[in-house]
Design a protein around this ligand. Sequence first.
Ligand code: NAD
Length: 377
Amino acid sequence: MTRLAIIAERAVDETRVAATPDTVKKFVGQGLEVVVESGAGKGAAMSDADYEAAGAKLVPDARSALSDADLLLKVRPVLADEAAALKSGACVVALLNPYGERAALEVLAARGVTAFSMEFVPRITRAQVMDALSSQANLAGYRAVIEAAEVYGRAFPMMMTAAGAIAPAKVFVMGAGVAGLQAIATARRLGAVVTATDVRPAAKEQVESLGAKFIAVEDEEFKAAETAAGYAKPMSAAYQAKQAELVGEHIKKQDIVITTALIPGRPAPRLVSEAQVLSMREGSVLVDLAVEQGGNVEGVNPGQITRLGGATVVGLMNLPGRVAADASSLYARNLQAFVALLFDKDGALAPDLEDEILKASLVARGGAICHPSLIAG
Ligand SMILES: NC(=O)c1ccc[n+]([C@@H]2O[C@H](COP(=O)([O-])OP(=O)(O)OC[C@H]3O[C@@H](n4cnc5c(N)ncnc54)[C@H](O)[C@@H]3O)[C@@H](O)[C@H]2O)c1
């Protein structure tokens, strides 16, 4: 019988969990033995009793869950002692952060496991249900606006009262991918006046369809700024200078700036300079969703909320983890769909590495890192 392990996440401030009682029930129904470390779901409001009722076997620690596991599902990269407890040949599926946490991946690879990184699931139609980057980014975008509203000392919507009118908050969203679009929608729902920018031309229509105004340097470079995979390309220094000028003028008039710009496999582009932060008025707020990749805002402090001039710069990390129950539910369903690909039609754990999705997300096998983007040369 295939043994699937779920353990508590040990990364600081990680509240999510890789399986919910609901997905455990489905795995058990498919004939898997599911072993869950006691307390694994605590941060996401999922109790041991619920996992047990779903058919999981509860064990007191990670070591007991990992010994003899054929398949390990995680949120974060596998720690060295967790890797050491795995048997060679086991499969691991997680958000392995292969560019950012290469050393952890090397340790895992050396253990001889077959590891898949959810970040590398291709964005094709068949894999949409497995798209963990999108499921988590969507909640991060929502949560960024909630964090901004918490810090902002004023209301978001326009209010007409007997004692006078309150002007609506002006929110500027930089980067209109999955997280940025959800931030726009959330800020609009709260009644803010929203503008947004991106370097991909396709973003313009999406921004406008959400009722926000699109602001960008729309030159020839902009028209070609999207890769075949739908991601942004790094922009030239000349483009960035034009963008900085446009943004500089706009930012001065904003109450809240939410930055979400990323380039896969590279440090986040720097979009807001310290001088621009200092140009903002007293009480303004910036939330930098790219802080874990180096940040879009100059002076952002990872994990901290700091003051810079009159502005507050929010550098909280792991925003999906601040909506842990929903983030875990969506991620667990992403994993459940992915795991189905690892079994053959007789129900044996035998990943077909020629499958397009598995091939793209396989990062380690047979003792070595094997993903083309992670091998030097
Ligand atoms: N299954 C699918 O087909 C699928 C699923 C999810 C997303 N997508 C698409 O993939 C694309 C990327 O989405 P994502 O959320 O993963 O992006 P991401 O997280 O990689 O980046 C966030 C946003 O930042 C933007 N950006 C990068 N550099 C910038 C700069 N200098 N200035 C301003 N903005 C900048 C990017 O264009 C992107 O929109 C989008 O087109 C999205 O619609 C497709």
